[in-house]
Design a protein around this ligand. Structure first.
Ligand code: GDP
Ligand code: MG
Length: 597
């Protein structure tokens, strides 16, 4: 058929197993990188991605491959993120593909995310090409890694291609495997249009740019289109492909991956997962669509100065288009004023959104401590969900509280099983199974999600000397003995500081929060008490000490440059402060619950 020479594929792997590096090598081999743009990790386009060395957004790219016999192929390659927070982006990308390269680091073997990603591909009926990567490393054991893939996932070891993205080994074999093993996309370019939106971003000049996989028919400029979900109609302005920059083209026939601009100005009209069809010749059925991303972690975002509220709202709207997974709605706090309650896929996602807001939109923000969604049954029988500790009802009105649980999978060498099990015990986990994979062990536990939210990953890495890896999925709600801990500053309850915590941990957590706050709140002319309370009863107390007069005097008496420096330093610090009564509370205080010590 007309798509016989097209291959749409993705690269999936555990984080750091070398996806981006291998993608670069493939791009280079296929001449997609001019000498000038030759730099590491070309597909990691966000500034933040480069700095953190992680892939957040999936970036598609179109490549031309010519076989030795002269046959020409078009490859659409989609790089995917590897962090568990972004599994949603991975599954969206996979819906646009027929196959995947499943990378495994030859020195590490199969890790927790290797397994989860492989199953995502299997669930999407994709052809899997196993690639054992980093074979240049002295510690590489390529045969061992291939054997693990067979043992754990059932992919025949002899199917593995051995490669090194860094040293450029195995690239021709990978390109041939893509042609031979991944099927061409189905689809009839003459059929009524059916295109799947798998991503989008907002461009100041062209409006919303949609990333699409055309399943049936052909997308062309001037075509009248309709979005299935909203019923809204538009006229196609431009279509094109990715190199990875946007390149304008003539048309996008069935089987291809590309972008569409259609003068869409309202960001709510363009929903990721929706199907585009032709207005006057619609396809009978939309693409079954994706499971919409479910935010699982919530936190309040407030501008440090109230004048920035509208600017923050505009920024959130723009960012939401670029990141379909996060949600926001207005909320007010007595302490912080007007802001937004935002939903995220995980803690890393929350950090990234906040950082992007501050950098790309030049905002100064205060974020409240991340919380999960609790389900509360009241004594009058009403059931409601809340992700805002400030809204948590008082004890006497509560019949039952349930919290979200996850199924956690952790892989580690045998010698760390003991300490890891102990950590899971501390986090209220219960073991489901334990599987041996060669000399390593996979532990499956059920754990309250809130227990792994803050510092779990860091602790896991440190007790296993970096050898343990983890992944998880949400498995529903279970009853728990949960309490609301209120925090008072200068004898006033600060609503935005409340946290929900298991009864067994309420005292130690209250202690940790007040100690941290007393440490980070700047000194006043008078001592400021900080208290943690449950139902009005004080469970922990600390004091922000008053200034010592002589220290102050020294500052004021000092030479002029030193005083200036001091003032400047204070001003900078002040950007991330919020005035609560007479006390200035810095960002760190709001995240005291996250502090590790
Ligand atoms: P990703 O997280 O899967 O995208 O992984 P990256 O491509 O960002 O690579 C993670 C780290 O592994 C980086 O420090 C790379 O330089 C390194 N790396 C990637 N591929 C290879 C390889 O083939 N050999 C070696 N020795 N190192 C590699
Ligand atoms: Mg990467």
């Amino acid at each position: 058929g007309p798509t016989a020479n097209i291959r749409n594929f993705s690269i999936i792997a555990h984080v750091d197993h070398g996806k981006s590096t291998l993608a670069d090598r493939i791009l280079e081999r296929l001449g997609a990188m001019g000498e000038r743009d030759k730099r590491d990790q070309t597909l990691d386009t966000l500034e933040l991605e480069r700095e953190r060395g992680i892939t957040i957004k999936s970036t598609p790219i179109r490549l031309n491959y010519r076989r030795e016999n002269g046959e020409e192929y078009v490859f659409n390659l989609i790089d995917t993120p590897g962090h568990v927070d972004f599994n949603y982006e991975v599954s969206r990308s996979l819906a646009a593909c027929e196959g995947v390269l499943l990378l495994v680091d030859a020195s590490q073997g199969v890790e927790a995310q290797t397994i989860v990603n492989a199953y995502l591909a299997i669930d999407n009926n994709l052809e899997i090409i196993p690639v054992v990567n980093k074979i240049d490393l002295p510690a590489a054991d390529p045969e061992g890694a291939a054997q693990e893939l067979e043992e754990v996932i059932g992919i025949p070891a002899e199917d593995a291609v051995f490669a090194s993205g860094k040293a450029g080994l195995g690239i021709p074999e990978i390109l041939e495997a893509i042609v031979e093993r991944i099927p061409p996309p189905p689809g009839d370019p003459q059929a009524p249009l059916k295109a799947l939106i798998f991503d989008s971003f907002y461009d100041a000049y062209q409006g919303v740019i949609l990333f699409v996989r055309v399943l049936e028919g052909t997308l062309t400029p001037k075509q009248p289109i309709m979005l299935f979900g909203t019923g809204k109609t538009f006229e196609v302005d431009k279509v094109g492909t990715f190199t990875p920059g946007l390149v304008v083209g003539d048309s996008l026939p069935a089987g291809t991956v590309g972008w569409v601009a259609a003068g869409i100005k309202d960001i709510h009209d363009a929903q990721v997962g929706d199907t585009i069809t032709q207005k006057d010749r619609p396809t009978p059925e939309p693409f079954p669509g994706f499971k919409p991303a479910q935010p699982v972690v919530f936190s309040g975002l407030y501008p440090t100065s109230t004048e920035e509220y509208r600017k923050l709202r505009d920024a959130l709207e723009k960012l939401k288009l670029n990141d379909a997974a996060f949600t926001f709605e207005p909320e007010t706090s007595e302490a912080l004023g007007f802001g937004f309650r935002c939903g995220f896929l995980g803690l890393l996602h929350a950090e990234i959104v906040q950082e992007r807001l501050e950098r790309e939109f030049d905002l100064d923000l205060i974020a409240t401590a991340p919380a999960v969604v609790y389900r509360v049954t009241l004594t009058n029988g009403d059931v409601f969900e809340t992700q805002n500790p400030a809204e948590f009802p008082t004890r006497d009105r509560i019949d039952m509280v349930e919290e979200p649980y996850i199924k956690l999978s952790i892989m580690q060498p045998e010698e760390y099983v003991g300490p890891v099990m102990q950590l899971l015990q501390e986090r209220r986990g219960s073991m489901v199974t334990m599987n041996y994979v060669g000399k390593r062990v996979e532990l499956i536990y059920e754990v309250p999600f809130a227990e792994i939210l803050y510092d779990f990953h860091d602790r896991l890495k440190s007790i296993s000397r970096g050898y343990a890896s983890m992944d998880y999925e949400q498995i529903g709600y279970r009853e728990g003995d949960l309490r609301k801990v209120d925090i008072q500053v200068n004898n006033e309850v600060v609503d935005a500081l409340a946290v929900i915590v298991h009864e067994d941990k309420a005292y130690s957590l209250g202690r940790k929060i007040v100690d941290k706050m007393a440490e980070v709140i700047p000194r006043q002319m008078f001592p400021v008490p900080v208290q943690a309370t449950i139902g009005g009863k004080i469970i922990a107390r600390a004091t922000v000490k008053a200034y010592r007069k002589d220290v102050l005097a020294k500052c004021y008496g000092g030479d002029i440059t030193r005083k200036k420096k001091l003032l400047e330093k204070q001003k900078k610090g002040r950007a991330r402060m919020k005035q609560i009564g007479t006390v200035e509370v810095p960002q760190e205080a709001f995240l005291a619950v996250l502090s590790t010590d």
